[in-house]
Design a protein around this ligand. Structure first.
Ligand code: NAD
Length: 275
């Protein structure tokens, strides 16, 4: 079984650097997929209210013999639920669906800057953390200016910023900002959602030299950069393949070759524009 490292967060808690993302995992398949992942050594699950599959995650947790403190469960506040009272209500709904007393990490899913509600949402998250309903609080898709605004208004920095990040969109300025302030960077769509990137000849060449697949090379690149990653798959062979990245190391030359693939290409929305 693979041994996944943990990283320390700003609040002193730790997070497994590797996990499973369940965006687009159908609700009626989620319990099966998460259960398979637990058997393969996954302990960190990344879900969200908007994924409509928190119940399936909760079912897999309830059916597993793993102890609650062996698991790391993240969920996210959806955009329509921003604001102080709505945030607290949405968290209770997520906890009920997950059948949990607390989540390990609760994130504001998108800043929605034009709505002007993320500071109030953040204040509610601080209160929820103080009440023990969430262990750690963070953000997703936040720009530097959004994080600075939160910090100025509340004095509390997020422990993570979960952003779109893969070889085609390497996000060096947000990563550098995180590193300077002790905020971990979580990479969403770490494989750029599969597809053509996995046929890239530079990645295939590196993969052949290490006896690995292009997907494994990309995931290893994330790990060596210090990113937290949770690739999505519903396929047991790929679930196994994706976690099998802790027994080899990319050289500095490999890392530089992957750095050269940066193209500023997004798969998802620009956080400045989504409201
Ligand atoms: P991903 O980069 O993890 O790609 C997943 C797709 O890649 C799969 O559907 C499959 O088609 C393919 N794939 C997976 N493993 C493979 C392998 N070994 N070989 C070949 N193909 C493979 O994309 P994602 O699901 O968008 O992102 C991962 C997770 O990030 C999500 O499940 C979710 O938890 C999170 N996420 C968060 C946000 C956000 O706004 N915070 C947005 C998107 C995703």
């Amino acid at each position: 079984m693979s041994s996944v490292p943990s990283l320390e967060m700003l609040d002193g808690r730790t997070i497994p650097q590797f996990g499973l993302g369940v965006w687009q995992t159908p609700a009626d398949e989620t319990a099966r997929v998460v259960g398979e992942a637990f058997k393969l050594g996954y302990r960190h699950i990344d879900t969200a209210a908007i994924y409509k599959n928190e119940e399936g995650v909760g079912q897999a947790i309830a059916q597993s013999s793993l102890k609650r403190d062996e698991l790391f469960i993240t969920t996210k506040l959806w955009n329509d639920d921003q604001g102080y009272d709505n945030t607290l209500k949405a968290l209770d709904t997520s906890l009920a669906k997950l059948k949990l007393d607390y989540v390990d990490l609760y994130l504001i899913h998108w800043p929605c800057p034009a709505n002007g509600k993320f500071v109030d949402s953040w204040k509610a998250m601080i209160a929820a953390r103080d009440a023990g309903k969430v262990k750690s609080i963070g953000v997703s898709n936040f720009r530097v200016e959004d994080i600075e605004h939160l910090a100025a208004q509340t004095g509390v920095l997020p422990v993570v910023n979960q952003i779109e990040l893969h070889p085609l969109l390497q996000q060096s300025s947000l990563r550098d900002y995180g590193q300077t302030h002790g905020i971990l960077t979580e990479a969403w769509s770490p494989l750029a959602q599969g597809g053509e990137l996995l046929d890239n000849p530079i990645l295939k060449d590196i993969a052949d030299r290490h006896g690995k697949t292009a997907a494994q090379v990309i995931l290893r690149w994330h790990v060596q950069l210090g990113n937290v990653v949770f690739p999505k798959s519903v396929n047991p062979t790929r679930l196994q393949e994706n976690i099998d990245v802790f027994d080899f190391k990319l050289s500095l030359e490999d890392m530089a070759a992957i750095a050269s693939l940066d193209a500023g290409k997004r798969r998802g929305p620009d956080p400045s524009e989504l409201n």
